[in-house]
Design a protein around this ligand. Structure first.
Ligand code: GDP
Length: 349
C-alpha cells in the first residue's frame, strides 16, 4: 500500500516535471484541467503567475474559460501569527475534509516571500501528509512581485483550482502588512487562528482583524494548555460581542481545537457549513462574491491608471517641480496636484 502510494506520488511528480518543460496549448491545458489533472492545473497556475508578456494572453484565455465553473466551492481564508499552527492546522483540516470526500486546494499569500526570497510560510517542507493526498493540491505562494501582484495571481489560481474540481479552497496568509485584508477580500469565510496566553489574549491583535473574522479558533487547546484555551475562548467570545452584527446576519463564533491532536477540527468545518447555508439562503454568499469581483476590478483600474501616469516621461519632472513649489509655500498641495495631473493629461491627448 505504502509502496503503491510512493509510486503514485513519484509518477505524478515526474508528470508535472515533464509537463513543466513542454509548451502545451491552452486547449490541451483546459482539457486536462477540467478532468482534474494536477499536472495540468500546476502548469496553468504557472502561466497565470508568469510575468512574461507572451504568457499574458494565454493566461487570460485560461482564466476566462474557467470562470463560472466555481459554483459549489467554498473559499476559506486562514490567518494567524507565525507559530500559531497554521500549517499543522491546514494539514489536519485538509485531511479531515478529504476524508469526507472533499477536494482541497491550498494556496498562500505570503508578502514576506515577495520582499525577500525567504518566506514566513516556508512552503517547501510544510504539509507533507496533505501534499501526498490525491484529493489535495498545494501551491506555494508566488513571489517576486508586489503584494497586489501576488493577490491577483492567487485570485486567478482560485478560479483554476475550482475549474479543476477543487471544492474547498484554503487561502493561507501571515499577518504581515495588508495580506489579511487581501485574503479576506477573496474569501467566503475568514478564519483567525489564535493561541491562548496568560490573560493577554486581546492584546497584540491587529486592528480590524477581529471585524474580519467569521470565526476564531483557539489552537493548541491540548495538554496543559487546555484550561488556558477555555479561558481564551470565553474572553474572545465576549470581545466579539462588542462588534456590531454583520450585514449577512452571521454572528462570529469562537472554537477550540488542537491541530496536532486533531480535535475540534471537524467542528470548524461544520460551523463553516452552517455559515455557507445561512449565506446562500439569504443571498449574501453570491452577493459577496459579486462585490468582491467588482472591487477587484475597480482596484485594478485604479492601480493601472496610477502606473500609466507614473510611466509618462514628464511625470517625475513635473512632480519634482511641484514638490519644490509646495515646499516653498508657493502653491497649495491641492493646486499642485491639479497642475501635475493637468500637465500629464495634455501629454495624453
Ligand atoms: P505556523 O507557523 O503557523 O504554520 O505554525 P506550525 O504549524 O509550523 O506550528 C508551529 C509549532 O506549533 C510546531 O512545532 C507545531 O508542532 C506546533 N503545533 C501546531 N499545532 C499544535 C497544536 O494543536 N498543539 C500543540 N501542542 N502544538 C501545536
Amino acid at each position: 500500500m505504502i509502496l503503491a502510494n510512493k509510486k503514485h506520488i513519484s509518477s505524478s511528480i515526474s508528470k508535472i516535471r515533464k509537463l513543466r518543460k513542454q509548451d502545451v496549448s491552452v486547449d490541451e491545458l483546459l482539457k486536462g484541467l477540467f478532468k482534474g489533472n494536477k499536472a495540468h492545473l500546476a502548469k496553468a497556475i504557472t502561466l497565470v503567475e508568469s510575468s512574461k508578456a507572451e504568457h499574458f494572453e494565454k493566461a487570460n484565455t485560461l482564466v476566462e474559460k474557467c470562470l463560472g465553473k466555481s459554483n459549489s466551492s467554498v473559499r476559506i481564508g486562514i490567518t494567524g501569527v507565525p507559530g500559531v499552527g497554521k500549517s499543522t492546522f491546514i494539514e489536519a483540516f485538509g485531511k479531515a475534509l478529504t476524508q469526507i470526500g472533499k477536494k482541497v486546494a491550498v494556496l498562500a499569500v505570503d508578502p514576506t516571500s515577495t520582499l525577500s526570497k525567504g518566506s514566513i510560510l516556508g512552503d517547501k517542507t510544510r504539509m507533507q501528509n496533505l501534499s501526498k493526498d490525491s484529493n489535495a493540491f498545494i501551491r506555494p505562494s508566488p513571489s517576486g512581485d508586489s503584494l497586489g501582484g501576488v493577490a491577483r495571481k492567487t485570485r486567478e489560481s482560485i478560479i483554476l483550482c475550482e475549474a479543476a474540481g477543487y471544492d474547498i479552497i484554503l487561502v493561507e496568509t501571515v499577518g504581515v502588512g495588508q495580506s489579511e485584508t487581501m485574503v479576506h477580500s477573496m474569501a467566503d469565510f475568514f478564519l483567525l487562528l489564535k493561541l491562548s496566553g496568560a490573560g493577554d489574549e486581546l492584546q497584540g491583535i491587529k486592528r480590524g482583524i477581529m471585524e474580519m473574522a467569521d470565526a476564531i479558533a483557539i489552537n493548541k487547546a491540548d495538554g496543559d494548555n487546555l484550561e488556558k484555551a477555555k479561558l481564551a475562548e470565553v474572553e474572545f467570545s465576549r470581545a466579539l460581542h462588542l462588534y456590531p452584527p454583520k450585514a449577512n446576519g452571521w454572528t462570529p463564533k469562537v472554537l477550540r481545537c488542537s491541530a496536532s491532536e486533531q480535535t475540534g477540527i471537524l467542528e470548524i468545518w461544520h460551523l463553516i457549513e452552517e455559515y455557507v447555508t445561512l449565506n446562500k439562503k439569504n443571498g449574501h454568499f453570491e452577493q459577496n462574491r459579486k462585490n468582491q469581483n467588482k472591487n477587484w476590478f475597480l482596484q485594478t483600474v485604479d492601480e493601472q491608471i496610477k502606473q500609466y501616469f507614473h510611466q509618462k516621461k514628464s511625470f517625475e519632472k513635473v512632480q519634482n517641480d511641484m514638490l519644490v513649489a509646495v515646499e516653498n509655500n508657493r502653491v497649495s498641495p491641492f493646486y499642485a496636484a491639479k497642475k501635475l495631473l493637468e500637465s500629464i493629461s495634455v501629454e495624453l491627448k
